[in-house]
Design a protein around this ligand. Structure first.
Ligand SMILES: NC(=O)c1ccc[n+]([C@@H]2O[C@H](COP(=O)([O-])OP(=O)(O)OC[C@H]3O[C@@H](n4cnc5c(N)ncnc54)[C@H](OP(=O)(O)O)[C@@H]3O)[C@@H](O)[C@H]2O)c1
Length: 325
């Protein structure tokens, strides 16, 4: 038996139950991993609430990223050996001290990346990697707007977009978060709970607006985000921290300037193993060079997963949060 955090009935943070579970032996193509750190992500909340149904039904172990060492190989696994240091972005199923996972979803960790760093950055950092390099190719001099710039994805995004030479504009929920975003590469911050973020983006860009807007807040920032994009620009809706965007008439994109809109997920971009490895390698390169640092600003014991969720939902966290089994 190993310790895990499960949901038996979807709901609030109280739905997270810390208990012992049995971990099966790895089947064909699977590995068993002793996990040293688990990442906390907003997507964990969508699963806990039932907004995203868990593929295997109830009960399910929460969590979508973790890092640890391989302790057992299933039949037919050739790419890994016992003792390898790995990270997995695959879930739900990560809030546990040991798990069995498909080997083709695991990535070997370079020696300079710790377990805690890996658990904190794989899902969020690979998301930033595909958003900035694949969904829309951000280039030097472009105006880029990112909402929730001081969050887990946000702080990695600001550093990486700055490193690419973009003019980075970020919205944040407080003055402290504005300072933090600035210290992590965000050139201009907007307090979107107090200020009209559309008017501020117009002012900051001299009316030129942004080539691309990355919006993970959803309901609260739509359709304002579209008014921050220049004609033929791109709207990237990649999350719904404030609730999902309601259905809208596609002609809205015509009236806002022949805009492009997409709703991408890391799962799709990293579905093929070669893409998973390439995106992870891009992330390891920017972290390895020091261009991007991964701020772990909250650390909790695994048994306190409910507190981690409460803090994330209350907008009380910055950067990334991890759980230690
Ligand atoms: N599509 C993908 O591939 C993908 C992958 C990873 C993450 N995501 C999305 O990216 C977003 C960020 O994820 P994260 O784990 O790094 O979380 P996070 O950004 O650290 O936390 C969410 C932040 O959203 C802001 N927010 C605005 N309105 C909110 C509300 N009503 N309730 C709670 N928060 C609100 C808060 O920042 P302020 O106080 O500054 O407003 C809060 O800190 C999430 O929406 C997640 O689903 C998408």
């Amino acid at each position: 038996m190993v310790a895990a955090v499960r949901v038996h009935k979807t709901g609030g943070p109280e739905a997270l139950t810390y208990e012992d579970v049995v971990v099966p032996a790895p089947g064909p193509g699977q590995i068993r991993v002793k996990q040293h750190a688990c990442g906390v992500n907003f997507i964990d909340i969508y699963f806990r609430m039932g907004l995203y149904p868990a593929p295997g039904g109830l009960p399910f172990i929460v969590g979508n990223e973790a890092a640890g060492e391989v302790v057992e190989l299933g039949p037919g696994v050739g790419e890994f050996k016992v003792g390898d240091r790995v990270a997995c972005v695959s879930g739900p199923g990560c809030y546990t001290s040991e798990r069995v996972v498909a080997a083709d979803r695991a990535v070997k960790l370079p020696a300079n990346i710790s377990y805690e760093q890996a658990a904190a950055m794989m899902l969020k950092g690979m998301t930033v990697a595909y958003l900035l390099r694949r969904t829309f190719k951000v280039e030097k001099g472009m105006n880029v707007l990112i909402h929730a710039a001081a969050g887990g994805v946000g702080l990695i995004f600001c550093q990486w977009a700055n490193h690419l030479g973009a003019n980075v504009i970020g919205t944040v929920g407080s003055k402290d978060k504005a300072e933090l975003a600035k210290a992590n590469g965000c050139h201009h911050t907007i307090l979107y709970r107090d200020e009209d973020f559309v008017a501020r983006v117009k002012e900051m860009t001299g009316g030129n607006l942004c080539e691309v807007v990355y919006d993970s807040v959803g309901k609260a920032t739509f359709p304002g985000s579209l008014d921050c994009i220049r004609p033929l620009g791109m709207f990237v809706s990649f999350g719904a921290s404030s609730g999902p965007i309601e259905a809208f008439n596609i002609n809205l994109l015509q009236f806002k300037g022949s805009l492009f809109a997409t709703r991408p997920t890391l799962n799709t971009y990293a579905a093929k193993r070669e893409d998973l490895l390439a995106i992870a390698s891009d992330l390891f390169a920017v972290v390895g060079s020091g261009a991007v640092k991964v701020p772990i600003n909250q650390k909790y014991p695994l048994r306190d997963a409910a507190k981690a969720h409460r803090d994330l939902e209350a907008r009380a966290t910055t950067g990334t949060s991890i759980l230690i089994p």
